[in-house]
Design a binder for this molecule. Structure first.
Ligand code: ADP
Length: 527
C-alpha cells in the first residue's frame, strides 16, 4: 500500500515538474516574442525621433536665414525712410541678402503707385515682374490686420512658378514733417533660395547620411533627390517662409535598417522556435528515460526474486538430502548413491547459476575482459555440449552435435564462447523438455565466418519477444506461462559475448516448431 502511495506521489511530482517546465517555456517564448517586437518599435521610434530632430533643425535654419535677410532690408528703412530702402539695399545690403532679388515700395493709397524699386540685376524682365507683383500677387497680400513694422510672407505658385514674397508696412517721413504709410515688398529669387539655402541643408545624395529633399503641396520634388516610397520619411513644413513646401528627410539606410531588423527578427524567432523544440525534446527524453528506468527497476526486482528462487530450490534439495545422509538411515547403498548424485547435480546447477550471475555483473560493470586466441570452434562447442549432457539426461533429452566440413579454427575467447553455448543449450533443454532431442550444428558461413546453431522443437518464441529476449532481465511470455524457472540474464550474456567477438546472434523458428538460435562469428576474431 505504502509502495503504491509512493509511486503515485512520484508520478504526480513528475507531471507537476513537466507541466511547470512546459508552462515556463511557453511564458518565456511569449515574453521573448513580445519583447522582440517592442524593441523593434522602440528602435523605430528612436530612428523616427532622430530624423524628426534633423528635419526640424534644417527647416529652422532655412526659415531663419530668409527672415534675417528680410530684417536686414527692413532695417534700411528705420527712422521713417521707407522710400530709401530700394536704393540703399541696392547700394550695400544686396551682398548680405543673397536671396533677395527685388525690393519694391508702394504708396498706401488705393491706387498702389510704385514709389521706389530696385532689382539685383536690372533687366527688361523687371517690367513683367512688377506687373505680376501689382496685378496678381498684391491682391493676395492681406494687409487688413497687419500692424506697422510686422513682417509677413506669401508663398504661392503663379503660372506654375513659386514666388516667395516678404512684406511689411513702414513709414515715410517727409521733409515737412508729415508722414505717409508705405508697403514694402521683397521678392526672393527662387534660384537663389535654392542655391544659397536649400543646397546647404540638402546634402549631396552620394554622401551616406540622411537623404533630404523639398516637395511642393502636391508632392512634386522641388529640390533634391527623389525618395523611395519604402523609405521611412519624416516631412516638416517650413513654418513661416516657404510654407507651401515641405522638407522631407529619410535616413539613408532606412531600407537597409528595415531589412536588417526583419532579418534579426527572423533569427530571433528561429532561435526561439529552436529553444522551444529543445525544451520539448528534453522533456520527452526525460519522460522516456524515467519510463525506461522504471521498467528496468521492475525487471531488476523480478530478477532478484527469480535468482533467489533459483538459488533456493537447489539449496533446499542439497540440504534435505545432506540431512538424510547424515541420519545414516538410508535403506540401501543404491539410494545413498542417488542422494549423493542429486547433491552433486544441484551443486553444479548452483555453481553454473552463480557463474552466470558473476559474468553478468562483470558485463554490467563494463569489466568483462576477453582473452582472444585461435581455437578449434567444433572442439569448444563440443566441450560446452558435454557440460550439458548430465542435465539433458535427467530431463530425458538427447544432445546431437553435427560438425560440417570446413568449420575449423577461429579467434575466440574459449571460456566465454563455451559459456554462451552452454546457455543456449541449457535453454533449449529447459524450454523444449520432453521433445526428445536438441541439435547443435557447427558450419562454415560464407568463408569468413563460422555459424553455431542450437535447434530445438520446443514451445518456440512469441514473434513479439524475438528482439527483446536478448535484453537483460527480460523473460519471455511463454516462459512465464509455462512456469519455467530462470533469471532473464542468460541470453543477454550470450548477446554480449557474441558481439565482443564481432559477431551476431538471433533466433528463428525451427521448421515444424521450436526455436533455432544462430550465432555467427568472424573467423578472424573481432575488428
Ligand atoms: P531465462 O531462461 O533465465 O528466463 P534467458 O535470458 O536465458 O533467461 O532467456 C530469456 C527468455 O528467452 C526466456 O525467458 C524464454 O522466454 C526465451 N527463451 C530462451 N531460449 C528459449 C528456447 N530455446 N525456447 C523458447 N524460449 C526461449
Amino acid at each position: 500500500m505504502r509502495g503504491g502511495d509512493e509511486s503515485r506521489i512520484a508520478r504526480v511530482r513528475r507531471w507537476v515538474l513537466v507541466s511547470a517546465i512546459i508552462v515556463a517555456a511557453v511564458i518565456l517564448a511569449v515574453v521573448t516574442y513580445r519583447t522582440t517586437f517592442q524593441l523593434d518599435a522602440i528602435r523605430a521610434q528612436a530612428v523616427f525621433e532622430a530624423t524628426l530632430g534633423l528635419a526640424d533643425e534644417k527647416v529652422d535654419r532655412v526659415d531663419r536665414a530668409i527672415v534675417e535677410a528680410d530684417d536686414a532690408v527692413m532695417a534700411l528703412g528705420e527712422g521713417g525712410r521707407a522710400d530709401d530702402i530700394p536704393r540703399r539695399w541696392r547700394g550695400q545690403a544686396a551682398r548680405r541678402t543673397p536671396t533677395v532679388a527685388h525690393v519694391l515700395v508702394l504708396d498706401s493709397g488705393s491706387a498702389r503707385e510704385i514709389v521706389a524699386f530696385a532689382s539685383r540685376m536690372p533687366s527688361p524682365a523687371d517690367d513683367a515682374l512688377r506687373l505680376l507683383l501689382l496685378r496678381r500677387i498684391l491682391p493676395d497680400v492681406d494687409l487688413s490686420t497687419l500692424p506697422l513694422g510686422q513682417l509677413k510672407h506669401l508663398h504661392r505658385a503663379y503660372d506654375g512658378a513659386f514666388f516667395l514674397v516678404s512684406y511689411w508696412r513702414a513709414q515715410q517721413i517727409h521733409g515737412d514733417g508729415s508722414s505717409t504709410e508705405r508697403l514694402i515688398i521683397v521678392n526672393h529669387d527662387r534660384d537663389a533660395v535654392a542655391r544659397e539655402l536649400l543646397e546647404q541643408v540638402v546634402p549631396d545624395p552620394r554622401v551616406p547620411t540622411a537623404r533630404v529633399n523639398v516637395v511642393d503641396d502636391e508632392g512634386r520634388v522641388v529640390f533634391g533627390p527623389p525618395l523611395s516610397k519604402s523609405d521611412l520619411i519624416v516631412a516638416k513644413r517650413f513654418p513661416t517662409t516657404l510654407y507651401a513646401w515641405r522638407l522631407q528627410v529619410a535616413p539613408t539606410a532606412s531600407g537597409e535598417l528595415a531589412l536588417k531588423a526583419r532579418r534579426r527578427r527572423l533569427l530571433e524567432m528561429s532561435l526561439l522556435a529552436l529553444s522551444c523544440v529543445v525544451v520539448v525534446a528534453g522533456v520527452v527524453a526525460l519522460l522516456l528515460a524515467t519510463a525506461q528506468e522504471r521498467r528496468l527497476a521492475a525487471l531488476r526486482g523480478e530478477f532478484v526474486a527469480n535468482v533467489s528462487h533459483e538459488l533456493k530450490t537447489p539449496l533446499a534439495l542439497v540440504r534435505m538430502f545432506g540431512e538424510l545422509l547424515m541420519t545414516g538411515r538410508v535403506a540401501s547403498e543404491e539410494k545413498r548413491r542417488d542422494y549423493l548424485s542429486i547433491i552433486v547435480r544441484e551443486s553444479e546447477r548452483l555453481t553454473a547459476l552463480i557463474e552466470n550471475v558473476l559474468d553478468f555483473a562483470r558485463v554490467e560493470r563494463g569489466k568483462a575482459a576477453y582473452d582472444f586466441a585461435p581455437a578449434d570452434v567444433p572442439t569448444v562447442v563440443g566441450r560446452a555440449v558435454d557440460a550439458c549432457r548430465y542435465r539433458a539426461e535427467t530431463e530425458g533429452m538427447r544432445l546431437e552435435v553435427d560438425v560440417q566440413d570446413g568449420a575449423g579454427e577461429a579467434v575466440v575467447d574459449e571460456r566465454a564462447l563455451q559459456l554462451a553455448v552452454i546457455n543456449l543449450v541449457e535453454n533449449a533443454i529447459k524450454y523444449a523438455s520432453g521433445t526428445g532431442a536438441v541439435r547443435v550444428e557447427v558450419a562454415p558461413d560464407g568463408g569468413d565466418r563460422v555459424a553455431v546453431r542450437v535447434i530445438d522443437h520446443g514451445s518456440g518464441i512469441d514473434p513479439d519477444d524475438r528482439e527483446r529476449i536478448f535484453e537483460r532481465f527480460y523473460r519471455g511470455k511463454r516462459a512465464g506461462e509455462r512456469q519455467v524457472r530462470g533469471s532473464g540474464i542468460g541470453l543477454s550474456l550470450v548477446w554480449h559475448v557474441v558481439h565482443a567477438h564481432g559477431g551476431e546472434v538471433f533466433v528463428q523458428e525451427t521448421p515444424g516448431g521450436g526455436s533455432t538460435f544462430v550465432v555467427r562469428i568472424p573467423v578472424a576474431g573481432p575488428g
